[in-house]
Design a protein around this ligand. Structure first.
Ligand SMILES: [Zn+2]
Ligand SMILES: [Zn+2]
Length: 242
């Protein structure tokens, strides 16, 4: 395989070679150091060592409301299951995945997430649903990162991928908004377009990163309203709620 790629690069010159090298996982996705050995994550040993596992799932609405998430048994409350805690190497890795067009990182990212203790005993859900981008933003980026991750989860778990949600508004950039503004910005931002694929099913709602959780909460609410449940939000990394 490598030989044929090299021959291709020779035949098509430096531009093609640069493209091929950019597509191969030869550099750490976080710090760009050259990888010397196969790693679990597409990260160098130093960055991989700095990745912190997020731990067991917990009730997401109760945690956001500063109630006791461990005590909650409500079926209409979505649980959050994350692979890693959001820190610098994860930020760089997810950034490369999300904005660098590195969609080929989806598989390795999900392999790393599924290898964490938090995902050790998870049964395949009835449906895996991406928290989608708005179609305008998807067109700008060329692909939808949550859908790429959801597809990787589906391939590895055997559970069906259900593109059951659409984002009905191109919401403003969340990063510039405060928590209350984010929630207002997102209320009603998702609509279930394929209720038969989620109603009465255990659903894994997939997003890349959960920070304040406003996006995931809005998407989970739309799924609950369509009769789905229980719901787990699966993400690569989450920022601990203060
Ligand atoms: Zn690194
Ligand atoms: Zn709860």
């Amino acid at each position: 395989m490598e030989g044929s790629l090299r021959a291709f690069a020779r035949a098509f010159g430096g531009g093609a070679r640069a493209l091929i090298e950019a597509a191969l996982p030869v550099a750490c996705a976080a710090c760009r150091a050259r990888l010397t050995a196969a790693a679990d994550l597409p990260l160098c040993a130093a960055c991989a060592a700095a990745a912190v596992e997020a731990g067991p799932a917990f009730c997401f609405p109760c945690a956001r409301a500063r109630r006791e998430p461990a005590a909650c048994r409500r079926r209409d409350h979505a649980r959050l299951r994350a692979g890693f805690t959001w820190n610098e190497p994860l930020r760089a890795l997810v950034h490369a995945f999300k904005f660098g067009g590195a969609v080929e990182l989806a598989g390795p990212l999900i392999d790393a997430v599924l290898a964490t203790d938090g995902f050790a005993d998870v049964a395949p859900p009835g449906a895996i649903v991406p928290a989608p981008l708005h179609r305008v933003r998807r067109r700008e980026r060329g692909y939808d990162q949550a859908e790429a991750l959801a597809r990787a989860f589906a391939l590895r778990s055997g559970a069906p991928l259900a593109r059951a949600l659409v984002r009905t508004r191109a919401t403003r950039q969340q990063a510039r908004l405060g928590a209350a503004e984010r929630a207002a910005n997102l209320a009603g931002a998702f609509r279930v377009v394929a209720p038969a694929e989620v109603a009465g099913r255990r659903v894994a709602l997939v997003d890349d990163v959960v920070t304040t959780g406003a996006t995931a909460a809005a998407a989970a609410e739309a799924l609950v309203a369509a009769g789905a449940g229980p719901i787990e939000i699966w993400c690569v990394a989450h920022e601990p709620l203060e």
